[in-house]
Design a protein around this ligand. Structure first.
Ligand code: NAD
Length: 282
């Protein structure tokens, strides 16, 4: 039997339509300011996609471009300026930053109530404490929404996450733990990941290794969420070998059309929530 397809594109469209209606009812559109340093190819694409999606729902974006030689102090001053600007509801500093800049220092300067990427330690700390942060990082938040479409009650589920990054694996593990899952976080140094995934009710692959997860890695009926974005023979593919697992899994997200569109929808949702928070409507 073929796995249920978890359609992130459709879910993201529904969310964006709701956001468009919410925005239409506001006095002014929410504003998202994006800081982009240098010319990283992937960052250029991500930023372009975010701006396009925002414009589609009448959410205002302002792009601040800087040469890759910008100093850490100049970038810090920019963040402080955006923090103080009442018109700015959400701030994103697109990562990665050039190596001469201390990324943590820059992220830690963002006002937590404008931290729509959810990377500031104030927000990640509250999440760790199982309290409600202002914002949760868009990709893990999107993954949770996708999982909940096929698995509304997560209590007691065994979940294996492949990948332990600060922006995906770690916050996702916390979100799942807060929903009473038993979570195993694996990474490049984990031995025999396959033995762990074979016992999992849910596997989330977020490691950036094309087609790593095959049918013999999973148990029958498992829910599979593929965060990976890789280039394979001129096409985009995920970390899960879709063709291999589709007859064994219970449900699976496609790549493209799964986690990617949800990440953008969650960022837009965070920005609308930032507006409401700053205007005391939430
Ligand atoms: P990262 O490089 O920061 O982290 C990768 C993690 O995977 C690390 O913890 C590393 O130890 C682990 N890893 C690497 N190779 C592994 C292996 N062979 N086995 C087990 N673990 C391994 O990456 P990231 O930023 O978290 O992104 C991961 C993937 O998700 C990438 O393909 C990225 O493009 C994609 N991504 C997609 C979205 C989206 O919206 N769809 C968002 C963010 C990241």
């Amino acid at each position: 039997m073929s796995a249920t397809l978890i359609n992130g594109k459709n879910l993201a469209e529904q969310i964006k339509n709701n956001l468009a209606q919410q925005i239409a009812a506001l006095q002014t559109p929410p504003q998202l300011d994006i800081v982009l340093v240098g010319h990283d190819d992937a960052s250029e694409i991500y930023v372009r996609n975010k701006i396009k999606a925002a414009e589609h729902i009448n959410l205002k974006t302002v792009l601040h471009r800087f040469d890759e030689n910008i100093t850490e102090n100049e970038l810090s001053a920019m963040v402080e300026k955006l923090n103080a600007d009442k018109n700015v509801n959400g701030i994103i500093v697109q990562l990665p930053l050039p190596p001469h800049i201390d990324t943590h220092r820059i992220i830690n300067l963002i006002e937590p109530k404008k931290d729509v990427d959810g990377f500031h330690p104030y927000n990640t700390g509250l999440l760790q404490n199982n309290q409600v942060p202002y914002f949760i990082a868009a990709t893990p938040l999107g993954v949770m929404r996708l999982i909940q479409t096929v698995c509304p009650n997560l209590s007691g589920k065994n979940v294996v996450i492949i990948g332990a990054s600060l922006i995906v694996g770690r916050p996702l593990a916390t979100l799942l733990l807060n929903q009473e899952c038993t979570v195993t976080i694996t990474h490049i140094h984990t031995k025999n990941i396959k033995e762990l995934t074979q016992k999992a009710d849910i596997v989330v692959a977020a490691c950036g290794v094309a087609n790593l997860v095959k049918a013999d890695w999973i148990k029958s009926g498992a829910v599979l969420i593929d965060v990976g974005i890789n280039r394979c023979n001129g096409k985009i593919c995920g970390d899960i070998d879709f063709a291999s697992v589709q007859d064994k899994a219970g449900a699976i997200t496609p790549v493209p059309g799964g986690v990617g569109p949800m990440t953008i929808a969650m960022l837009l949702e965070n920005t609308v929530n930032a507006y409401l928070l700053q205007n005391q409507k939430k």
